[in-house]
Write a protein that binds this ligand. Structure first.
Ligand code: NAP
Ligand code: G3P
Length: 481
């Protein structure tokens, strides 16, 4: 489906004008599939980033003064434009981040649905009214009107793996609540993010309400994050980057969705065929480059052999190739990430892990690898692999699995496979994670469910309703009658 377009510079949006950097500097983006140049984005200077944030701040009051139904209508029109550009944007996602075309297009369609749902939820945002007489010494004649008001200027920073969806899931709730937005896309994925914003401009985005900043996060990141006109930051990406941003941001609210090491805990009474299917889908989709990928299995000793064999048989059927082959396992985003995964596999093998399944590793295309008998001294037991390797750890008891889970630095999601619902709920309560999936793979959706990580997996909550909440603060007006 994908046709390689002529590599071009893709300008950033400033005041609804598409501009190149006055410096002439650009950042090149190469396809993970074949290393070809996909295109470039401007490497904006600090002055240009500064202008973008200032403009976003200048127009915020006017944007917040618009009626919420108008802002909601804009989102509906944006969703329609995205639907009509789904092939074009899907093709660019495929080129930039190496997803298959069908999964890239699904990302765009899912995003349109998310925006529509956000437009609807945004209409139903209300404050509250409190009477004073509940507190001793105050009376009913003192009344508080608690309004919900936007923070102001929101900086939205997205990761490479869902360059459209994880950008829009920040931008849409920000806009519908009256915030204006500075959008910093991941460099790998920036062109897809720019196309997504083209759809928003077509839908009637007023001038200055969203501006884009492009350039490497390592170069412009600290400057934009510490800009004094920012009122809130919403970020998805790696834990180290998120922690760095949180420190820099200091006093403004920051929502962070970070890494994970989601375990699948398989108990002796589980439906092993179903568990294996879910685990393989959860671990290897998009070659494991998902924060919510299942990143380790903890299985009871007495069913470990059978589960490992079920997992092996599913993994053996995964098609390894390129996004253009519609493969299940596609090249990793870059060579550095592939080298990291290879080092984890080598470390585990050297320390005694057994290889249940593997295959050829060529450049950044790694065949899926399943490791069994993984033990605590191996890096793959703890590090977020973000790639196509699945460690299996054998445990003696549920308590051992809970203990292993509790001692890891992440707390995004966990899956429990069992036919005993009472045990499932008991274990769920003991797990220090944002979400527990019972008899299903770890995953963010449906997109209106709350989505959060604890410990080093994040702070704050996303998911449509909660994302809207995060874009608002209380403003209290007290009537003293
Ligand atoms: P990343 O390297 O942390 O980058 C994420 C974003 O941060 C990119 O836009 C990046 O820009 C920007 N950035 C980098 N340094 C910055 C700085 N100093 N200041 C401001 N922005 C900066 O993450 P990634 O490689 O794109 O994604 C992989 C990681 O994200 C994994 O750990 C994964 O688990 C996590 N993730 C989590 C979730 C979740 O919802 N929990 C979802 C997706 C991904 P450049 O691209 O220009 O460097
Ligand atoms: O890594 C992106 C994260 O948000 C996962 O989303 O839908 O693949 O579970 P999903």
């Amino acid at each position: 489906m994908t046709k390689q377009t002529e590599p071009a510079i893709h300008p950033f949006l400033y005041n609804n004008e598409w501009k190149e950097s006055a410096t002439g500097n650009t950042v090149d983006i190469y396809s993970p599939d074949n290393g070809n140049l996909v295109g470039s984005v401007p490497a904006m200077s600090q002055d240009e980033v500064n202008d973008a944030v200032n403009l976003t701040a200048d127009v915020q009051e006017n944007w917040a003064a618009t009626e919420v139904h108008e802002r909601s209508d804009l989102l509906h029109r944006w969703a329609d434009e995205l639907d009509s550009m789904a092939d074009e944007i899907g093709a660019m996602i495929q080129l930039e981040v190496g997803k298959t075309f069908s999964s890239a297009k699904s990302e765009v369609k899912r995003t349109a649905q998310l925006i529509r749902h956000t437009a609807e939820e945004g209409l139903r945002t209300h404050g509250s009214f409190i009477q004073g007489d509940a507190f001793p010494g105050a009376s009913r004649s003192t009344k508080a009107m608690v309004q919900k008001v936007p923070h102001g200027v929101v900086l939205a920073i997205s990761p490479f793996n869902y360059p459209v969806n994880l950008a829009a899931s920040k931008i849409a709730p920000a806009l519908v609540t009256g915030n204006t937005v500075v959008f910093k896309p991941a460099t790998q994925g920036a062109i897809s993010g720019i196309l997504m914003v083209k759809a928003l401009v077509k839908a009637g985005l007023p001038k200055g309400v969203l501006n884009i900043v492009t350039g490497r996060g390592s170069v412009i990141g600290d400057f934009v994050v510490t800009h004094d006109k920012l009122d809130m930051i919403t970020f998805t990406g790696g834990t180290a980057t998120g922690q760095h941003i949180a420190k820099q941001a200091s006093m403004i609210p920051v929502v962070l969705e970070l890494g994970g090491k989601d375990p699948a805990i398989v108990l002796s009474d589980a439906d092993l065929k179903k568990a294996a299917k879910e685990i393989v889908g959860g671990a290897f989709s998009y070659s494991g480059q998902r924060c919510t990928a299942i990143k380790r299995v903890m299985v009871m000793n007495d069913v470990a052999d059978e589960l490992a064999e079920e997992i092996r048989s599913h993994v053996a059927n995964l098609k390894v190739g390129y996004s253009t082959d519609d493969a299940d396992i596609i090249p990793m985003i870059d060579q550095k990430s592939a080298d990291f995964v290879t080092a984890l596999i080598d470390d585990a093998k050297a320390k005694g892990a057994t290889v249940v399944h593997t295959g050829a590793h060529e450049k950044n295309l790694l065949s899926p690898t399943v490791l069994d008998h993984v033990t605590e001294d191996m890096d793959v037991a703890w590090e977020e692999q973000f790639g196509p390797v699945l460690p299996i750890m054998r445990v003696e008891s549920e308590l051992e699995a809970i203990d292993l889970e509790k001692r890891n630095e992440y707390g995004l999601q966990a899956s429990i496979f069992t036919t005993d619902m009472e045990t499932a709920f008991t274990l769920s309560e003991r797990m220090n994670v944002g979400t527990v999936q019972i008899n299903g793979k770890t995953s963010r959706g449906p997109d209106h469910f709350p989505f959060l990580g604890v410990k080093n997996s994040g702070q704050g909550v996303q998911g449509i309703g909660r994302s809207i909440d995060s874009m608002l603060r209380d403003k209290v007006i007290v009537l003293n009658l």
